[in-house]
Design a protein around this ligand. Sequence first.
Ligand code: 2PG
Ligand code: MG
Length: 423
Amino acid sequence: MPTVKRLSGREILDSRGRPTVLATCELEGGITASASVPSGASTGRAEAFELRDGNAKRYRGLGCRRAAANIGAELQGALVGREFDQTGLDQTMIALDGTLAKSRIGANAILAVSVAFARACALSRRVPLYQYFADMMGSSPSTIPRLTINLFSGGKHAGQQVSVQDVLIIPMSAQTVDEALVAAFDVYQAAAELILSKYGMRLLTADEGGLAPPCRTAEEMLGLAVEAIERAGYSPGKDVFLGIDVASTHFYENHKYRLDAEVLDSAEMIQTISRWLDRYPIVSVEDGLAEDDWENWPLLRRTIAGRALTLGDDLLCTNPVRIQRAVEGNACDALLLKVNQIGTLAEALEAYRQARAAGWSITLSVRSGETEDNWAADLAVGWQADQFKNGSIRQSERLAKYNRLLEIEEVTGWPLAAWPRRG
Ligand code: 2PG
Ligand code: MG
């Protein structure tokens, strides 16, 4: 097993221009690797804790110097000279931190070390990072996850002009990453032209590189997506489908959903989503209900089963305890897996296994604040996620991952995964 020789941390900036953490891990024998971690904006309450400096005079309190320093001081002190496998390293850091949310050392510091160590181990074994991740879970990859690509943004990612956070396109007839990206390009260009002709709006992008048309309702945005698919020469509901991240936690207050101009209770919200499914080719519904609206999730799942995945993001927070509750209550049939919601690779793998054991589908997702690091692409392939959610095809922090998938595709020749059975 590899021995940790040196660890160091650095504060860097993410794609929103906010500080985040990069860790560098040197193993005995001289191999060195670095990794950086992302950060969300529409976060769930149960997410692991990002340690930030809180100094209002610097980056409005968002600085990550303390988290970075914890890598070079406490983590280095505790881990140096010791041999680990991935799970051993992660568990040692969890125990050292000693808090439920990793708030003492910081989940951002811990995850950066977890991934930098993984990358260094892959290098020392002379295997691609996706192979290291596959070995970690004992899988033999043979496909690349199907891409779900952000077309339009609203909600917290685009200044709330419309309540729903993401409309994604899912190129379903594409057999390869290359074909999926071509379709995404075509639809994106068509959508940009439509937005210019309908709203006179020039091309401006939201946090994940998607377009942010000044729609007033979710249906207007969904209709625009269908029009863009047609205008690009594809058949909606045949070549290209839609996914939505409703992110409804962020417009849920006093047991009501403030969806655009409407105020809906949970049953009405479910009916509204069901109507969207009748009218638009939607096959995945993320966070259709809020993270605290546990009791109504089973009805949502039953109502849309067979038509679309019931995908839990804020509800589950990649947290094994919450996933267990959702499995027992039949609240979802799909997990949105974001490693930094839980804070280590080992725990994310536990979450993954739980979801798989329940027969759920898995979408591996990056965050709205990302860096140029591309480890999430290797993780999605190595762990054989069904889908990969990586934002739009604009902005280098997104392309770092898409371009890595192109490289993996070229080397392996693996096709895109089939869409999972819905029901
Ligand atoms: C989400 C993610 C990615 P954030 O809600 O699924 O789109 O956003 O990283 O802001 O939580
Ligand atoms: Mg989400």
